[in-house]
Design a protein around this ligand. Structure first.
Ligand SMILES: [Fe+2]
Length: 75
């Protein structure tokens, strides 16, 4: 979808947001699984990845918010 020239910036940002949120939830599940299995070293590694994904979600959210605000002002 992102490589399709017909994709708008809004559509691309929404797709990116969905992907980043899915990444975040995936790490959360892996953390829970590693905790259940007593894999403390993996838990720490997964938490670092989860934190990074949280930053991605926040970054894309800011981009989406800025785009939405800018678009609203043009109407
Ligand atoms: Fe990410």
């Amino acid at each position: 979808m992102l490589g399709d020239p017909r994709t708008t910036l809004a559509q691309g940002l929404h797709a990116l947001m969905i992907a980043e949120v899915a990444d975040k939830v995936g790490w959360e599940h892996l953390i829970a699984l590693a905790q259940d299995l007593g894999q403390t070293q993996l838990v720490e590694r997964f938490r670092k990845a989860d934190k990074q994904e949280q930053e991605h979600v926040q970054r894309v959210s800011r981009w989406l918010s800025a785009y939405t605000s800018a678009t609203a002002r043009m109407v």
